[in-house]
Design a protein. Structure first.
Ligand code: SAM
Length: 304
């Protein structure tokens, strides 16, 4: 019998492996095997790596991830029907313990509970994260990755922090991630992404590669996560300042940051900035690089 999705290319060969897509869960299943292969290739899985996949759905990426030399693969899926499909599709890998399915909202997952630092065989295995994620929560998922990365690097569980993340998302979001200062796409997400990683837009993906086709073009982004604790601390402390600065994007920072600068100290701060040729307060948020924000934070801290 012909599959009801037969118009699109398929990596699975039976309708038992398929679920009716739910729009409210952002279900646009990847149907192009070449794109799936390119995503998994971009993750560059090495022997001994541990991999977490966000939103495996029917398993388009999962099947290929199981062909790599990853030591362990944990997939986090919210939809019960997809969990059932995956359970039927990969019985041997589940039985051996190499694959684990977590039936949950990914935003509720704590990486060190999934990959405990002390347990064998995952002790100190480099962790990589991958996903063709639900687009309705792209930004929540990205900040979940960043916050988990920072929390783990700062804790005594740094080995559980992700090393690399490869995510498919809307092209517009991908462009914001890689944007440079003084461009319309540059903002909170660009700065956060560039504080935690070296992000790179790898390639675009046409709507034709999915079932059902999304209304937007997609893109795959690689985040080479930084591995030093200082970077995690900088992200954690500077991020609230960046948010405040961009809340009033059109204003110069002496005005946009007035809520975080102590009013009675403001003349001293602006005077000291002038003396030390720190020009940030006369600029708008979109003119500062991520490193400028770190310097600005350190400067303001002197006056607390
Ligand atoms: N990775 C599969 C693929 O490429 O065909 C599915 C991609 S689909 C765009 C997104 C998947 O994320 C769906 O399977 C959906 O059920 C799942 N999902 C949606 N919200 C989720 C959440 N909060 N936590 C975990 N998975 C979620």
């Amino acid at each position: 019998m012909k599959s009801r999705f037969s118009a699109s290319s398929s990596q699975t060969d039976s309708t038992a492996d398929r679920i009716a897509p739910r729009k409210d869960l952002g279900q646009n299943f990847l149907r192009d095997p070449n794109i799936a292969r390119n995503i998994v290739r971009a993750l560059d899985v090495q022997t001994g790596d541990a991999v977490l996949e966000i939103g495996p759905g029917e398993g388009a990426l999962t099947a290929l991830l199981l062909e790599t030399s990853a030591r362990a693969l944990v997939v986090v899926e919210y939809d019960t029907r997809a969990v059932e499909v995956l359970t039927k599709r990969f019985p041997a890998e589940l039985a051996s313990g190499r694959l684990r399915i977590i039936h949950s909202d990914v935003l509720a997952v704590r990486l060190d509970e999934v990959f405990p630092h002390t347990s064998e065989p995952l002790d100190a295995a480099p962790l990589k994260i991958v996903g063709n994620i639900p687009y309705y929560i792209t930004s929540d998922i990205l900040f979940w990755v960043f916050d988990e990365w920072a929390r783990l690097l700062i804790s005594d569980n740094a080995a559980s922090a992700p090393h690399k993340t490869v995510i498919m998302m809307q092209k517009e979001v991908a462009q914001r991630i890689a944007a440079k200062p003084r461009t319309k796409d540059y903002g909170i997400l660009s700065i956060a992404s560039q504080l935690v990683s070296e992000p790179k837009l790898l390639f675009q993906v046409s709507p034709h590669c999915f079932f059902p086709q999304p209304n937007v073009t997609s893109a795959v982004v690689e985040f080479q996560m930084k591995s030093n604790r200082d970077a995690a601390e900088a992200y954690r402390t500077v991020h609230p300042l960046v948010r405040t600065a961009f809340n009033q994007r059109r204003k110069v920072l002496s005005n946009a940051l007035s809520s975080v600068l102590q009013k009675e100290r403001l003349p001293d701060i602006l005077h000291a900035a002038k003396e030390r040729k720190i020009l940030y307060f006369r600029q708008r948020a979109e003119e500062l690089t991520p490193q400028d924000f770190v310097r600005l934070y350190d400067f303001i801290r002197e006056f607390r």
